[in-house]
Design a protein around this ligand. Structure first.
Ligand SMILES: [Zn+2]
Length: 250
């Protein structure tokens, strides 16, 4: 859809390129979400020298059909898996917020933790799941995306934590977005690193599932008419996160 004055808004809401960012915070609901959705982008950015920190909101304790490992046992397994995958992708640091997977924690509780981390780490870009994805039914995903977007909107306000801080966040990028505005064609090397990282999440992906994932990202290359596997983001400036109806189309 072409909206009237779109070019004017694009100019007004112009953002720097993600690959110019040097200090990037990736906030995910569960261990594996970033690797699954944008592991190739992470591989590319770390290769280019960016420092990437993962923040995982939940403890990942519910992601199983096997009741005997559900809970703290699975949580420890998934943390080890994420550590292993992070090494492959060149991720510098892992922060765990340890909210209960599928628990009754609130967006506000997560938001204050993310504000604390933004103030400490001073990222120039923050990436997270798109909480506005139509039909997204997983509450950990909607809460994580909303809490992170709100933290990017409010991190400088004394209301949240007292005091204030300098403005550092230049862009917010949403993965799993139904309205992506930035397409990343992965090199074969970055795609293979992503798949290798995903294979570390053994508690989540068996061989058949890994093959399905590889096919999905490759089929996307036909949708976007490229010869490479594709990952996407909706990248916005923080100012776009409040009272801009046109942002959906940008
Ligand atoms: Zn998840």
């Amino acid at each position: 859809m072409k909206i009237q004055g779109q070019n004017i808004f694009e100019e007004f809401l112009k953002v720097p390129k993600l690959d110019e960012m040097k200090n990037i915070l990736c906030v995910q609901p569960h261990p594996d979400d970033v690797d699954l959705s944008i592991g190739g982008i992470v591989a590319k950015l770390t290769q280019m020298g960016a420092k990437i920190t993962y923040v995982t909101v939940t403890d990942g304790s519910a992601g199983t059909l096997d009741e005997s490992i559900m809970g703290s046992k699975l949580s420890s397994i998934r943390k080890r898996e994420q550590e292993e995958a992070a090494k492959i992708l060149g991720v510098s640091e892992l922060i765990w917020l340890d909210f209960e997977d599928l628990g009754s924690y609130t967006v506000e509780e997560v938001r204050v933790k993310i504000v604390e981390i933004i103030r400490e780490k001073k990222p120039d870009a923050v990436l997270t799941v798109d909480p506005f994805l139509p039909y997204e039914a997983h509450p950990d995903h909607t809460k994580c995306g909303l809490a992170t977007a709100q933290a990017v909107l409010f991190y400088r306000l004394p209301k949240i934590l007292g005091g204030s801080c300098e403005k550092t966040v230049k862009i917010i990028g949403f993965f799993n977005s139904s309205k992506p505005n930035t397409i990343f064609e992965l090199t074969e090397e970055d795609f293979q690193r992503k798949m290798k990282a995903l294979s570390c999440h053994r508690s989540q992906f068996d061989e058949g599932t890994l093959q399905m994932i590889a096919s999905y990202f490759t089929i996307r290359s036909q949708i976007y008419k490229t010869n490479h596997a594709v990952e996407t983001l909706k990248i916005l400036p923080p100012i776009a996160l409040h009272v801009f109806p046109e942002v959906e189309q940008l």
